[in-house]
Write a protein that binds this ligand. Structure first.
Ligand code: LLP
Length: 421
């Protein structure tokens, strides 16, 4: 459930009519609902009720500081994958002890910044990273708390570009070698082993792969404890999918996911962390765009809109489906028509939907992409020298621009021309 609903035929974000925001901000723009963000966070938090736990929002999904602060004030921790995300989370007011550092390629500088600034744990992904972390910690006179990310060789049954838990993926240490690698970590004076980390992929719509992976982690916990490691924290990653197509059956709910966690690892007495990103932010955001032209092609009609692949890359990159709705609802009697919905960028890949049934639309009409809150604005670029798409946050009957659209001067003046030119 989200808080983007029609009232008297006009799409609202909570209590604010979307056209009002479009008038104030211009299109295209991302629009987030505070109530939806908080509701999704609470669903996870409640699903783990009874377990010692922390929901660490995977901020790669949507990392505007206003979103981070909204979630942090509700009690969320953060999962970061770069020093940039770490600094952004800190700037938004998240304390270091609620930040976990994931990612396969942490550099010495990134590690140093997090160790000095304070960090809950590093999720280590390889032996060379372990050695570097140990060395940096010793140099700073610190001891780095770590989990090791294990790769359970589980098929997450999701899009190949976002599956991470198979042995051919670059992530984690093969679970079969985990005991050996934990023994190495246990012998490093700059590290303290506190747990295990796993993340098998994103947009999972079936719980079975989680069940398999978490059962393997439970078994490993017991083995590692028998080997003398104090395994007291399990980071179970993120990945629970969202309904991108309302007409399709919905993926499992956080409550069912929580029950699965309790069933597979609940008996171990570990503190549980999860790292959901998409389910918290995805349906908490829409992308609002305006139709520039309705162009009649030879065998189809194109809606050319002012949003493009640089603003929302998911359809071009993952063939992702986003429901697209008119901001002003058409009367029920109006017959729908198929349109190809495309942006102005000079690539055929700049296509959001082919032959999508919509009510008749033309220049000046507003449309909204649903499910655009996660991996939307964060993956946007300035390709074609199009300004980075702005972000707006709604809270009840208020809204605020949380990232303004840059001016062309700002964009152009970022370049510097060498003296010899
Ligand atoms: N933890 C780790 C270590 C991750 O790599 C990810 C996502 C998450 C948590 C959060 O997963 P989520 O709950 O959001 O599924 N750009 C792609 C998705 C990339 C996901 C990368 N890792 C997309 O637009 O579909």
């Amino acid at each position: 459930m989200d808080h983007f609903l029609y009232r008297n035929g006009v799409l609202h974000a909570e209590d604010v009519p979307v056209p009002e925001i479009a008038d104030a901000v211009g299109t295209p723009f991302y629009l987030y609902s505070t109530a939806t963000l908080l509701r999704h966070f609470a669903l996870f938090d409640e699903a783990l009720d009874g377990l010692d736990h922390l929901v660490c929002y995977a901020m790669k999904a949507a990392s505007n500081q206003a979103i981070l602060r909204t979630l942090a004030q509700a009690g969320a921790g953060m999962d970061v994958v770069s020093v940039g995300e770490y600094l952004r989370a800190r700037a938004a007011g998240v304390p270091g002890e609620r930040i976990v550092f994931s990612g396969v390629g942490k550099t010495a500088n990134e590690i140093r910044t997090a160790l000095e600034g304070g960090i809950r744990q590093f999720n280590v992904e390889s032996e060379p990273e372990m050695e570097l972390l140990n060395a940096v910690a010793l140099e700073l006179g610190k001891i780095a708390p770590i989990t090791i990310r294990v790769n359970p060789d589980v098929d997450a049954k999701t899009h190949a570009k976002i599956a991470t838990g198979k042995s051919e993926n670059k992530f984690g240490i093969p679970i079969a070698r985990a005991r050996e690698v934990y023994a190495m970590a246990g012998a490093m004076p700059g590290l303290v082993v506190i747990g295990i980390d796993v993340h098998i992929g994103s947009q999972l719509t079936d719980l079975a792969p989680f069940e398999l992976a978490y059962s393997k982690v439970a078994e490993l916990t017991e083995q590692l404890r028998a080997d003398g490691h104090d395994i007291r924290r399990l980071d179970l990653g993120g990945g629970l999918g969202i309904p991108y197509e309302r007409s399709n059956s919905a993926p499992p709910l956080p409550l069912e996911y929580g029950a699965l966690i309790k069933r597979t690892v609940g008996h171990l007495g570990c503190e549980i962390e999860i790292e959901p990103g998409r389910l918290i932010a995805g349906n908490a955001g829409i992308l609002v765009s305006e139709v520039i032209y309705m162009k009649s092609g030879e065998d189809r009609n194109f809606l050319i809109i002012d949003g493009a692949m640089n603003d929302l890359i998911r359809p071009a990159m993952y063939d992702a489906h986003h429901d697209i709705v008119p901001v002003i609802q058409a009367p029920a009697a109006v017959e729908q028509q198929p349109y190809d919905i495309v942006g102005p960028v000079c690539e055929s890949g700049d296509t959001f939907a082919r032959q999508r049934n919509m009510p008749p639309l033309g220049a000046g009409d507003l449309i909204a992409f649903r499910g655009a809150g996660a991996y939307g604005a964060v993956m946007a670029s300035e390709y074609n020298t199009r300004p980075l798409v702005p972000e707006v946050l709604v809270h009840g009957d208020q809204f605020a621009v949380i990232r303004p659209r840059p001016s062309f001067d700002e964009m152009i003046n970022r370049d510097t021309i060498p003296e010899w030119l």
